[in-house]
Design a protein around this ligand. Structure first.
Ligand SMILES: *Cc1c(COP(=O)(O)O)cnc(C)c1O
Length: 376
């Protein structure tokens, strides 16, 4: 008989979510507009230090709107981190543009600034400047934003940040996602906070935020009859989902502390196992460690990441490989890629461990025990 299943990153509800949902029911705001939606946007914008926040049905929708409002269209190229979830790149194809994938750097696992700037410069000189760049902050670790932003600014490439996994992280004391023309966040069930499904677009540009709201609600012109001059989408978050978000946001600091605590505890537990290398924390800020990730050094262990994953699975513990780089995905097999093999190696040797903010010490010790059994 096995112990209960331990999930990678399950939802962590506090007490306030139901209170806000009840409030929405009592006032009958069961719609994609309402007071809780307005509050959620305002509080979220304050939390991440952006001027405007637009609540949407998913992080993917937010990225789609960001690309469209950045003027990206058919024939354009968009640079994108290769080591990420596919939702970082699929919206590039929604607008008919072409993704160009960039490798990771070792110290953050995120987009390598040197390769990125080289590619932008070369393309600009050839008269084919990329229209935009999607910078992903993976596993709660901020990318090195400054050098990438400097290159983008120099050549007029629009910087869009995918902070879906990095709510609560810092880059020189500021929130990743607040540096580009727009940033996006996700409230999917497995993220740092969840609305059961949802996303947010943040920006300091008022017109950008207004246009995002307009496109997200079927692009209705200002007329009492239904009049449309462009095609929009049905991308708004509901007032009920936003109610969950309000409650979740109250617990954000505590959730980040819990996830960071898991990382520290795993690191401490594995410190005498030289074959285990933790995802580093880059010096420019704090990672949320949305997931605690590690790689196994094939020179110093005789177990692979996949064997370790299966050993955990046998104990009813969910672990996952590192994201499969997008340049290795069948759907992107013909896409342009620039790299030095870093993301390939992270994928081949990496594993993500259970990291939910509600995970108990006893549950975490179950994970540690299984891992250490293979490193004694
Ligand atoms: C989850 C995630 C997304 C997509 O967010 P959804 O709300 O699920 O659409 C995008 N990028 C990254 C890196 C993610 O982890």
């Amino acid at each position: 008989m096995s112990l209960p299943r331990l999930y990678l990153s399950p939802p962590d509800m506090g007490g306030a979510e139901l209170h806000y949902i009840q409030q929405a029911f009592q006032s009958n705001w069961i719609a994609p507009i309402g007071p809780n939606l307005d509050s959620f946007e305002k509080q979220f914008a304050t939390t991440v230090g952006s001027k405007y926040a637009v609540a949407l049905s998913s992080g993917t929708a937010a990225l789609h709107l960001a690309l469209r409002l950045a003027g990206v269209g058919p024939g354009d190229e968009v640079l994108c981190s290769s080591l990420t979830f596919i939702a970082s790149a699929s919206p590039i194809t929604y607008v008919g543009a072409t993704p160009v994938f960039i490798d990771s750097e070792e110290i953050s696992w995120n987009m390598d600034p040197a390769i990125t700037c080289e590619v932008i410069e070369r393309k600009a000189k050839a008269g084919k400047t990329p229209m935009a760049l999607i910078l992903v902050h993976l596993y709660g670790q901020s990318a090195d934003i400054a050098p990438i932003k400097a290159c983008c600014d120099k050549y007029g490439v629009k910087l869009i940040e995918d902070a879906a996994e990095a709510l609560g992280a810092t880059y020189h004391s500021r929130a990743p996602g607040s540096f580009g023309v727009a940033g996006i966040h996700s409230f999917n069930g497995n993220k740092i906070i969840t609305t059961s499904g949802g996303g947010m677009l943040v920006t300091d540009d008022e017109a950008f935020a207004q246009q995002a709201r307009y496109l997200a609600t079927q692009a209705r012109d200002a007329a009492p009859h239904y009049q449309h001059s462009v095609i929009g989408y049905n991308y708004r978050l509901s007032n009920i989902s936003a109610s969950i978000g309000l409650g979740q946001l109250e617990g954000l600091a505590q959730k980040v502390t819990a996830r960071r605590g898991h990382y520290q505890a795993y690191k401490e537990a594995f410190k005498n196992s030289p074959g285990i290398i933790m995802q580093p924390e880059a010096p420019w800020g704090e990672s949320t460690h949305w997931l605690t990730c590690l790689t196994l050094d094939p020179q110093r262990t005789n177990i692979t990441a996949e064997q370790l994953r299966l050993a955990l699975e046998a104990e009813n513990i969910e672990a996952r490989p590192i994201w499969k780089p997008l340049h290795l995905q069948p759907v992107f097999k013909d896409s342009e890629y620039h790299g030095r093999g870093v993301s390939d190696r992270l994928f081949a040797t990496g594993l993500c461990l259970p990291s939910g903010s509600a995970m108990t010490v006893a549950d975490r010790n179950r994970v540690i025990a299984v891992v250490l059994k293979h490193f004694s």
